[in-house]
Write a protein that binds this ligand. Structure first.
Ligand code: GDD
Ligand code: MN
Length: 372
């Protein structure tokens, strides 16, 4: 496993050299460090560059021209790591609030998890020297997220986390829109929703000894609203997918009918084989359009595959059976002026089943490097 430790810095001259040394003593020999510095006025970058000489090719720095925030530094760091073929990326702060002594524990858990969170809020973890009020805030924030987002994560805002390449590609880095504390919440929620295996490892979080925090307090309030935004984003995404899926299904029906007309009416071929053929051709068309359009968020760079195509056709058949069942039941049990009303309800029910099967089975989080 190739590990990359990503450390964003802004004015961390008093911390960075010690931290780099401490990290190198605990990571595997092939592990590397990337510092993402935003042109710190205190000369953090120069210190890193000097230190780099001691660690041939294992210490890297990405110098950005101006202060762009920690979240964007992490995102750029992740992209850098993915491009260089790293398998796991450990995000940590430069100020020793994230003690490097926990790295071996985080790495150990990475063997059987996609995401390992350094957590202040599980048994054994904690926040050092924090006032009652600050403790209340972090526990309150945790409960707020847990309730709203309905995901079993405790430490939502912590930034000491190990992300596998697989998890990052499932999350889709370009889909991340929030910054500040919310950035961590969004990443964790999307990982959970993408079906990543997540675990929390207890860490004690001391306050920084040197330098000052760069996180404005207003970000805390912003985060409260961002959680709603994160939740709505997901709902909107589902609705958009459903609409696209419906349009795709409509196009498939047109294809089906045109082919049927040409083969059965014009060419005079027998209806049943023609109908089966039309099902396969229209189904294939639907599969390809859904893969590249309706569920492009889930499929990303993945190619269409025979296995998923077959699954999709099974899903269409399942939808068809639901359609027929609902239609027949309605006709038998209710008085309807026209039978086509029952068929319309059947089609709607079949489509919902087909959509859910497609969303959660056929196209479930294949890879998300490509966005929207
Ligand atoms: N490149 C870059 N650019 N780095 C930045 C910037 C920036 O604009 N702003 C902050 N950093 C770096 C800092 O140098 C530090 O290494 C790290 O990001 C965290 O910044 P702090 O200022 O120490 O943040 P904090 O202690 O208030 O917040 C930490 O704890 C929170 C949970 O309590 C962070 O880890 C948050 O992500 C976390 O939510
Ligand atoms: Mn800090």
């Amino acid at each position: 496993m190739k590990l990359l430790v990503i450390i964003p810095t802004y004015n961390e001259a008093d911390n960075i050299q010690n931290l780099i040394q401490a990290v190198f003593t605990v990571i595997p020999p092939n592990g590397e460090i990337l510092v993402v510095d935003d042109n710190s006025p205190d000369g953090t970058a120069e210190i890193v560059e000097k230190t780099a000489a001691e660690y041939s090719c294992r210490l890297h720095i990405l110098k950005r021209p101006e202060k762009q925030g920690g979240a964007s530094a992490f995102l750029q760091g992740f992209a850098w790591g993915i491009e260089r073929g790293c398998d796991a990326m450990l995000a940590m702060d430069a100020d020793f609030s994230h003690d490097p002594r926990y790295i071996p524990m985080l790495l150990e858990k990475a063997n059987d998890h996609d995401v390992v969170l350094g957590s202040r809020l599980v048994k054994g973890g904690g926040i050092e020297n924090r006032t009652f009020a600050r403790n209340l805030i972090s526990h309150g924030a945790s409960l707020y997220c847990k309730f709203l987002l309905a995901a079993p994560i405790k430490d939502w805002t912590g930034g000491y986390n190990l992300w596998s390449k697989k998890a990052l590609s499932k999350i889709g880095l370009k889909s991340i829109v929030t910054r500040g504390y919310s950035f961590q919440i969004e990443m964790k929620y999307k990982a959970f929703k993408a079906g990543c295996k997540i675990t929390e490892v207890p860490i004690i979080f001391p306050d920084r000894k040197y330098g000052v925090s760069k996180m404005p307090a207003s970000y805390l309030v912003k985060a409260l609203f961002d959680v709603w935004r994160i939740k709505c984003m997901r709902m909107n995404n589902g609705i958009k997918q459903f609409i696209k899926f419906g349009i795709t299904g409509g196009l498939g029906t047109v294809t089906n009918l045109v082919l049927f007309f040409l083969c059965a009416d014009k060419a005079g071929l027998p209806e049943i084989p023609v109908s089966i053929g039309c099902f396969f051709i229209a189904g294939t068309q639907n599969y390809i359009i859904n893969h590249n359009w309706s569920f492009a968020n889930n499929t990303g760079t993945a190619k269409v595959s025979v296995k998923r195509w077959a699954l999709f056709l099974v899903s269409s058949l399942a939808g068809l059976s639901v359609n027929i069942t609902v239609m027949k039941c309605m006709i038998m049990n209710f008085y309807l002026p026209y039978k086509f009303i029952a068929q319309a309800c059947g089609i709607a029910a079949g489509m919902v089943i087909n959509f859910l099967f497609s969303k959660f089975v056929v196209f479930r989080g294949i890879s998300c490097l490509k966005e929207k």
